[in-house]
Design a protein around this ligand. Structure first.
Ligand code: GUN
Length: 304
């Protein structure tokens, strides 16, 4: 039986450490603050941002949610970020993605001062990460490394194969694993004979954004499989393809009309030595690392 890596428990551990740090900072009169910007009404984004703001409250951080309308312009968003950049009580600025098409997302993300870029999306932070300098690293990949480390899974000298090369997950995950002395291979949509490479992985990170893309034949027996995917499926035929015979999932699916599947086919987990389930694996770490980054940003900005 493969070992299930409990992301929720690890996230709780990190959040409790962050709460402790917040308490210590409070003794110095410092309260880390996060501004979360949520544009329009994307249901998934609304859930994520509310959860981020709620967690700030639980851990003792100051937070503010800013909700510009769907019709907001790039200029208005730039002015909003300029204001947040200048505000002393704001240590972290999070602009929830995706943004509506009329907003120039790159221009906007680049306008966040790197010191407050708690998502780690700014090219300066990407460059610092690449160069091995102190940087705010993107939350999801930082969470992946925390799961591995806190589960006692060795990284140094292991072959880590990352499937997916996004700026938000694949690329920074590769860099963080490299800094932990893994031998890293990055695969993507143009990779030839993908399975031959993923089968070499001691640590396989799936960050493709396609439901059940990693199949059992692609996994080396005993490997650690980290599933970063969050894909909602609503189609019964698709449900059957992934979860045939899984009574608990069937119950959820019939009740809600949908369920979440990762980038790894559930049958592939059976080949693994350890894996992160979806939901409850990498997901909870993203918010925990955002909290950790916000406290880190608050300290770094004050030279602590
Ligand atoms: N949308 C989906 N994931 C993320 C994330 O980690 N940060 C932001 N800002 N937006 C997202």
């Amino acid at each position: 039986m493969a070992r299930v890596l409990d992301g929720a428990a690890i996230a709780a551990e990190i959040k409790s450490e962050v709460a402790q740090e917040v308490k210590l900072l409070a003794e110095q009169g410092i309260r880390p603050g996060l501004a979360a910007v949520l544009v329009g009404h994307v249901p998934a984004s609304e859930i994520y941002v509310r959860s981020k703001v709620k967690t700030c409250g639980e851990l003792g951080l100051f937070s503010e949610m800013i909700t510009p309308p769907e019709t907001v312009t790039t200029e208005e968003m730039l002015a909003l970020v300029a204001d947040l950049n200048a505000r002393e009580e704001i240590d972290g600025i999070l602009i929830q993605l995706p943004l509506p098409p009329q907003v120039n997302a790159k221009l906007l993300l680049d306008s966040v001062v790197p010191e407050k870029d708690v998502d780690g999306f700014h090219p300066v932070n990407a460059g610092r990460l690449q160069a091995g300098r102190p940087a705010l690293a993107p939350c999801t990949p930082a969470g992946v490394v925390q799961i591995l480390k806190r589960s006692g899974i060795p990284i140094s000298g292991q072959h880590a194969v990352v499937v997916g090369r996004s700026d938000i997950v694949g690329k920074p995950a590769s860099m963080l694993l490299l800094h932990e002395n893994a031998t890293v291979t990055i695969c993507h949509s143009k990779t030839r004979d993908l399975g031959a490479i993923t089968r070499q992985a001691d640590i396989l990170v799936a960050a493709i954004g396609r439901a059940g893309f990693v199949t059992p034949e692609m996994v080396k027996p005993g490997a650690t499989v980290i599933d970063v995917g969050i894909n909602r499926i609503t189609d019964l035929a698709e449900f059957e393809k992934f979860f045939a015979g899984d009574g608990k999932r069937a119950e959820i699916f019939s009740k809600r009309g949908s369920t979440i599947v990762g980038d790894v086919h559930p049958k592939a987990f059976e080949i693994a030595g350890a894996y992160t389930p979806v939901p409850g694996g990498v997901g909870p770490l993203t918010i925990a690392m955002l909290m950790s980054n916000t406290v880190r940003a608050a300290r770094m900005r004050r030279g602590l």
